[in-house]
Design a protein around this ligand. Sequence first.
Ligand SMILES: Cc1cc2nc3c(=O)[nH]c(=O)nc-3n(C[C@H](O)[C@H](O)[C@H](O)COP(=O)(O)OP(=O)(O)OC[C@H]3O[C@@H](n4cnc5c(N)ncnc54)[C@H](O)[C@@H]3O)c2cc1C
Length: 382
Amino acid sequence: MDFSFSEEHKMVQDMARKFADQELKPIAARIDQEHRHDDEVVRKMAENGFMGVAIPVEYGGAGMDYVAYALILTEISRACASTGVIMSVNNSLYGFPVNTFGTEEQKIRFNTPVASGEAHGCYGLTEANAGSDPAGMKTTAVLDGDSWIINGEKKFITNGNIARYAVIAAVTDKAKGYKGITQFVVDLENTEGFSVGKVEEKLGIRGSGTSELVFQDARIPKDSILGDPGSGFRQMLTTLDSGRIGIASQALGIAKAALEESVGYSKERVQFGKAISSFQATQFKLADMATRIDASELLILKAAWLESNHLPFEREAAQAKMFASDTAMDATVEAVQILGGYGYSIEYPVERLMRDAKITQIYEGTNEIMRVVIARNVLGMR
Ligand SMILES: Cc1cc2nc3c(=O)[nH]c(=O)nc-3n(C[C@H](O)[C@H](O)[C@H](O)COP(=O)(O)OP(=O)(O)OC[C@H]3O[C@@H](n4cnc5c(N)ncnc54)[C@H](O)[C@@H]3O)c2cc1C
């Protein structure tokens, strides 16, 4: 048992921390208030290898492991959770399936521009009536000569309004149920019949776009298919398992920021002639936050280590995502409480942290669904 980081992991963590403090922290409030992300920042992140951390170097990525990915994403999200989810989607929900299930040609064509920061990717799974139960999706793909014809609408898609490329899931054989779902990788910019639908107004992560993807008789080349017809549902489960390590890291970053803000403020704020950090009520809040943050980190690093070593990690990823996101929610609520009225004001970052934390309990599988996944593993129902 060795709890120390390798030199490489220490180096990337340090690099990401400096980047986050210098480039992201100063603009995070503006990104949130303007509901608009700064593409220049994403380009700089790509220069540092953050947009394709675990994507092999030959496809534009940094060729690192998932521990490095978790460490970097935590630091980025500590400064700006909106940037964290943009990074997470490009790496996990888009980059991972292309890299894992794509052909050599697909990896070169579709991963290189996204990992190098030239373009954004997105992942279209959710539909208006198919969220926790994606097998209920209605989007169809029908083979017509040398093309697939796509019809349907995807909902709540991160980066959907800015992405050039998308991995999307569609029904190719309705009679086969979930075994009739197939995934495709699509160049949205060159797809007639595709349009961006409604862009959501959101509670948090406002610096990341969330939109509908609309396909109306959209024709995509036959070779857009990822893997074999009918393999989409299995691909999707593996993609989400991996993605959950990213969302857990995003949540951890938010929770760490909440603790830092709480410690700093409570040492400065004087009431009844004493710093509020001297009150046991404040200290207990800080102690609980710190303990849950450390436990989240251990769960995340274990899941990331398992994935990096090609060992099963479904249960651990779900546990990490569930625990870290609940920790982020609780820690940010407590941070607002510690800052009192100032915590409720946009003058301080903790109200943003609280709004940003909520989504980590919902996307890439709600925490109720995480419990379903964990329980299935515990009961051996696989
Ligand atoms: C900001 C944002 C970004 C997103 N980004 C993406 C993206 O990039 N790509 C994408 O495909 N999707 C994305 N999503 C969609 C997200 O993954 C879904 O919203 C999420 O999976 C939940 O689905 P739903 O909203 O339909 O809720 P529902 O599935 O309708 O769930 C509603 C409630 O019922 C509970 N519930 C449902 N089934 C069960 C069950 N079996 N047992 C117990 N409780 C249950 C849920 O836990 C939840 O509390 C995003 C969503 C948001 C808000």
